[in-house]
Design a protein around this ligand. Structure first.
Ligand SMILES: [Zn+2]
Length: 136
Protein backbone atom coordinates (compact mmCIF):
# COMPACT_ATOMS: atom_id res chain seq x y z
CA UNK A 1 0.00 0.00 0.00
CA UNK A 2 1.91 3.08 -1.20
CA UNK A 3 -0.52 5.41 0.57
CA UNK A 4 1.34 4.61 3.79
CA UNK A 5 4.63 5.97 2.44
CA UNK A 6 2.83 8.96 0.93
CA UNK A 7 1.41 9.76 4.35
CA UNK A 8 4.83 9.36 5.93
CA UNK A 9 6.24 11.96 3.52
CA UNK A 10 3.31 14.27 4.23
CA UNK A 11 3.90 14.01 7.98
CA UNK A 12 7.62 14.71 7.42
CA UNK A 13 6.76 17.87 5.48
CA UNK A 14 4.32 18.95 8.20
CA UNK A 15 6.87 18.38 10.97
CA UNK A 16 9.42 20.36 9.00
CA UNK A 17 6.90 23.21 8.60
CA UNK A 18 6.14 23.04 12.31
CA UNK A 19 9.83 23.44 13.13
CA UNK A 20 10.28 26.34 10.72
CA UNK A 21 7.17 28.25 11.71
CA UNK A 22 7.07 27.24 15.34
CA UNK A 23 3.58 25.84 15.63
CA UNK A 24 2.84 23.15 18.12
CA UNK A 25 -0.35 21.59 16.79
CA UNK A 26 -1.92 21.01 13.44
CA UNK A 27 -5.71 21.12 13.53
CA UNK A 28 -6.39 20.13 9.96
CA UNK A 29 -4.48 19.03 6.91
CA UNK A 30 -5.98 19.88 3.55
CA UNK A 31 -4.74 17.65 0.77
CA UNK A 32 -5.31 17.95 -2.93
CA UNK A 33 -5.48 14.61 -4.66
CA UNK A 34 -5.73 14.41 -8.41
CA UNK A 35 -8.15 11.88 -9.89
CA UNK A 36 -5.20 10.43 -11.83
CA UNK A 37 -2.73 10.41 -8.94
CA UNK A 38 -3.33 6.70 -8.38
CA UNK A 39 -4.23 7.23 -4.74
CA UNK A 40 -7.02 5.38 -2.96
CA UNK A 41 -8.71 7.87 -0.68
CA UNK A 42 -9.93 5.35 1.95
CA UNK A 43 -6.38 3.92 2.11
CA UNK A 44 -5.06 7.45 2.46
CA UNK A 45 -7.39 8.18 5.38
CA UNK A 46 -6.46 4.93 7.05
CA UNK A 47 -2.71 5.49 6.62
CA UNK A 48 -2.88 9.08 7.80
CA UNK A 49 -4.60 7.92 10.95
CA UNK A 50 -1.71 5.53 11.63
CA UNK A 51 1.29 7.75 10.82
CA UNK A 52 0.10 10.93 12.55
CA UNK A 53 0.30 9.34 16.00
CA UNK A 54 2.88 11.02 18.20
CA UNK A 55 3.42 13.88 15.73
CA UNK A 56 2.28 17.52 15.64
CA UNK A 57 -0.60 16.31 13.48
CA UNK A 58 -1.80 13.81 16.04
CA UNK A 59 -5.24 15.42 16.42
CA UNK A 60 -5.49 16.79 12.92
CA UNK A 61 -8.48 16.27 10.68
CA UNK A 62 -7.66 15.12 7.19
CA UNK A 63 -9.59 17.09 4.57
CA UNK A 64 -9.28 15.75 1.05
CA UNK A 65 -10.01 17.89 -1.99
CA UNK A 66 -10.18 15.87 -5.17
CA UNK A 67 -8.98 17.50 -8.36
CA UNK A 68 -10.44 16.24 -11.65
CA UNK A 69 -8.15 14.72 -14.22
CA UNK A 70 -7.74 16.78 -17.36
CA UNK A 71 -6.29 15.96 -20.75
CA UNK A 72 -5.60 17.64 -24.06
CA UNK A 73 -7.25 15.81 -26.94
CA UNK A 74 -5.31 15.84 -30.17
CA UNK A 75 -8.35 14.49 -31.98
CA UNK A 76 -10.61 17.49 -31.41
CA UNK A 77 -8.12 20.05 -30.11
CA UNK A 78 -9.77 20.62 -26.78
CA UNK A 79 -9.29 20.22 -23.06
CA UNK A 80 -11.41 17.44 -21.64
CA UNK A 81 -12.03 15.93 -18.24
CA UNK A 82 -10.89 12.33 -17.78
CA UNK A 83 -11.44 9.78 -15.02
CA UNK A 84 -8.65 7.40 -15.96
CA UNK A 85 -5.29 7.67 -17.59
CA UNK A 86 -6.29 5.35 -20.41
CA UNK A 87 -9.61 6.42 -21.77
CA UNK A 88 -11.07 7.78 -24.98
CA UNK A 89 -11.95 11.44 -25.40
CA UNK A 90 -15.48 12.00 -24.04
CA UNK A 91 -16.11 14.48 -26.86
CA UNK A 92 -14.83 12.79 -30.00
CA UNK A 93 -13.80 9.28 -28.94
CA UNK A 94 -10.16 9.72 -29.92
CA UNK A 95 -7.52 7.88 -27.88
CA UNK A 96 -4.89 10.52 -28.55
CA UNK A 97 -5.12 12.18 -25.19
CA UNK A 98 -2.32 13.84 -23.32
CA UNK A 99 -2.90 14.13 -19.58
CA UNK A 100 -2.44 17.74 -18.43
CA UNK A 101 -3.69 17.78 -14.85
CA UNK A 102 -4.96 15.82 -11.88
CA UNK A 103 -1.86 13.67 -11.49
CA UNK A 104 -0.56 15.27 -8.33
CA UNK A 105 -0.94 14.97 -4.64
CA UNK A 106 -0.04 18.00 -2.59
CA UNK A 107 -0.66 19.73 0.70
CA UNK A 108 -2.93 22.67 -0.03
CA UNK A 109 -3.20 24.15 3.41
CA UNK A 110 -2.52 23.46 7.08
CA UNK A 111 -4.75 24.74 9.86
CA UNK A 112 -2.44 25.23 12.79
CA UNK A 113 -2.54 26.27 16.38
CA UNK A 114 0.36 28.69 16.71
CA UNK A 115 -0.34 29.80 20.23
CA UNK A 116 2.61 28.06 21.83
CA UNK A 117 1.50 26.20 24.91
CA UNK A 118 4.10 25.86 27.64
CA UNK A 119 3.85 22.13 27.66
CA UNK A 120 4.18 21.78 23.89
CA UNK A 121 7.06 24.23 23.90
CA UNK A 122 9.16 22.38 26.40
CA UNK A 123 8.44 19.21 24.47
CA UNK A 124 9.88 20.76 21.35
CA UNK A 125 12.97 22.04 23.12
CA UNK A 126 13.54 18.61 24.49
CA UNK A 127 13.25 17.15 21.01
CA UNK A 128 15.76 19.65 19.61
CA UNK A 129 18.21 18.92 22.40
CA UNK A 130 17.95 15.22 21.71
CA UNK A 131 18.60 15.73 18.01
CA UNK A 132 21.58 17.95 18.76
CA UNK A 133 23.11 15.30 20.99
CA UNK A 134 22.49 12.60 18.42
CA UNK A 135 24.06 14.68 15.66
CA UNK A 136 27.31 15.56 17.44
ZN1 LIG B 1 -11.49 14.70 -28.56
Amino acid sequence: MHEMSLCESIIQIIEEEARQHGFARVQAVHLEIGALAGVEIPAMEFSFDVVRRGTVAEDARLVIHTIPGTAWCMGCDSNVEVRERLQACPKCGSWRLQVTGGEDLRIRHLEVDDRAHDEANSGMEHEQTKQHTAGS
